[in-house]
Ligand binder design. Structure first.
Ligand code: MSP
Length: 516
């Protein structure tokens, strides 16, 4: 099977990481770990987007050089990914010398092939916002609003990428390849945007306006602007990529194409329009186009998180307060992939307590406790189990199949519902089979054996399904069970006698912090 090449957006380093950044990285990490669990080779790429106007401005405000400014913020991102156990294989930092060289080589090639050209643009320019304004920015009274500050008429030369000439190809590509975008409902949105596409894409800024960027190799008076630099990370940091040639190295070809995990705000136009067209211009075929997994947003009380509103949630502080497992679990369990969700610390605590402390954690603990108390932790395989045990096994296996199917469709929240169903079923089975009664009845020894085995099989499967979400906790659970991960393609059946380890609580309940 082809390796699984998964990327996230690279995060802007103009400010500290927030819960939205964390969600995307946890989502990609969980998908990467699921594929590894299934035995597939994975390359997981994430990183930071370090150039551009916003960074230059933030650095100026902070009174430090841009390079120093981005180094500090980059460190915050890396520390957060370590804290949240993000298992990335490649780190894409756009100030990296190899990345800059790749971008420059590609610019030169596209220029030589006539895909880039220089042209003058005359228009209205906001000095405060440092950008050209379009008719859209004009108010009903014909003037530009006060938020733009002083607006002057300006003529400026820049480099343009021939976007529009690929429009019809992209429309046909989208129609013929429904797998290009997940979820489905985003396809129409992208299609509409492509249909409206008319002009070419300005990919430069004069150095006098923006110095913090990658220089054009054939014109040092200009730097590349935002997307041309940032999008290229997906290939420049892929092992074996050769920017010189249209035909790719076997090492790169073995890995590519990637699945890009991105937020809904950067599908149109960047990832859905610019990127496939850039790749095509570079020489990629239709078969070499990447796929997009477009996720929704975490909002706060229905509102967008923003520094000015002051409702930005710091994921590092959250992990310190509740533990990284609670944060990881909440971020993928309480949102439907593709949809928005509302962040609330109360929900985080509730999901953790219900699903993990009272659910899985309790099941693991009581199963091990009973097995230790009644059998010294030694389990005997059961040759012909009772009907209820067989049903339990069959239903568990069915849930494992649902889990796989949902994960393969990137619906992590629904895969977790299958995990929770196994846990609930087993906890109910404890109550209905009442092992504490069986233990008192010498004639029920065989029944107690099969009940304990059935419970261990259930918790074994549940722990395995938890591996991609909470790797540390799931490994600790497997260590207590003294078992390797269960197979997902066949019922998890204990076929030989087995010695369990000692129980140790894994998910202490979280208390709601007292209102201050
Ligand atoms: N640097 C660009 C991406 C370049 S990719 C070649 C960028 N950076 S960002 O820091 O603004 O956003 C990084 C990712 O976080 C994006 O995918 C964005 O959609 C996502 N999120 C930002 N805020 C978010 C939420 N509130 N919720 C979920 N994800 C959000 O865009």
């Amino acid at each position: 099977m082809k390796p699984f090449f998964i990327t996230t957006a690279i995060d802007y380093t103009n400010g500290a990481p927030h819960i939205g950044h964390a969600y995307e990285k946890v989502l990609a990490d969980v998908l990467a770990r699921y594929q590894r669990l299934r035995g597939r080779e994975v390359f997981f790429l994430t990183g930071v987007d370090q150039h551009g106007q916003k960074v230059q401005q933030s650095a100026e405000k902070a009174g430090v050089a841009p390079a120093e400014f981005v180094a500090g913020i980059t460190e915050k991102f890396r520390a957060l990914w370590t804290k949240l156990d993000i298992s990335y294989d490649g780190w894409a930092a756009t100030t990296d010398a190899a990345h800059k060289a790749a971008v420059q080589t590609l610019l030169q090639r596209l220029f030589d092939e006539g895909q880039l050209y220089k042209a003058a643009q005359k228009g209205f320019y906001s000095v405060r916002q440092e950008q050209f304004l379009t008719e859209k920015e004009r108010g009903p009274d014909g003037t530009f609003g006060a938020e733009w500050g002083e607006v002057v008429e300006l003529e400026e030369e820049n480099y343009y990428f021939r976007l529009a000439e690929h429009r019809d190809w992209l429309l046909a590509y989208i129609d013929a390849h429904p797998g290009f975008i997940t979820p489905d409902f985003r396809r129409a949105e992208l299609r509409n945007a492509v249909e409206k596409l008319s002009g070419d894409l300005c990919v430069s800024r004069p150095k006098s306006r923006l110095a913090w960027g990658i220089e054009f190799p054939f014109d040092p008076e200009f730097v590349t602007y935002v997307w041309f630099d940032a999008l290229v990370n997906y290939i420049s940091f892929a092992p074996g990529f050769d920017p010189q040639s249209k035909a790719q190295n076997p090492e790169f070809a073995a890995l590519w194409p990637a699945l890009h995990v991105i937020g809904k705000d950067i599908m149109v136009p960047a990832h859905g329009v610019y990127w496939p067209i850039m790749l095509r211009a570079i020489g990629f075929s239709d078969e070499e186009m990447p796929a997009l997994l477009v996720h929704g947003w975490w909002n706060i009380s229905g509102e967008k998180m923003s520094k000015s509103v002051g409702n930005v949630v710091d994921p590092a502080a959250l992990a310190d307060q509740f533990g990284p497992a609670a944060v990881r679990y909440y971020l993928v369990a309480d949102i439907a992939t593709g949809q928005d969700a509302d962040f609330s610390p109360e929900r985080l605590i509730q999901r953790y307590n219900v699903d993990l402390a009272n659910g899985f954690g309790n099941l693991l603990n009581r199963t091990l406790n009973m097995a230790q108390r009644y059998r010294g932790g030694a389990l005997a395989p059961v040759a012909a189990p009772s009907e209820d045990v067989q049903t339990l096994r069959a239903e568990n296996f069915n849930d494992a199949a649902v889990y796989r199917e949902k994960f393969d469709a990137f619906k992590v929240h629904q895969a977790l519902e299958a995990f929770a169903a196994i846990v609930t079923r087993a906890n109910v089975f404890v109550d209905t089979s009442a092992p504490w009664k069986l233990a008192k009845d010498p004639t029920a020894a065989a029944r107690l054996d099969e009940v304990l085995v059935a419970l261990v099989e259930s918790v074994h499967l549940a722990a395995t399904l938890l591996l991609p979400i909470l790797p540390d906790k799931a490994h600790a659970a497997l260590a207590q069970l003294q078992l390797a991960p269960a197979p997902l393609d066949a019922p998890a059946v204990l076929t030989a006698s087995h010695q369990l380890g000692a129980p140790e609580p894994l998910f202490p309940r979280l208390e709601t912090p007292a209102a201050s």
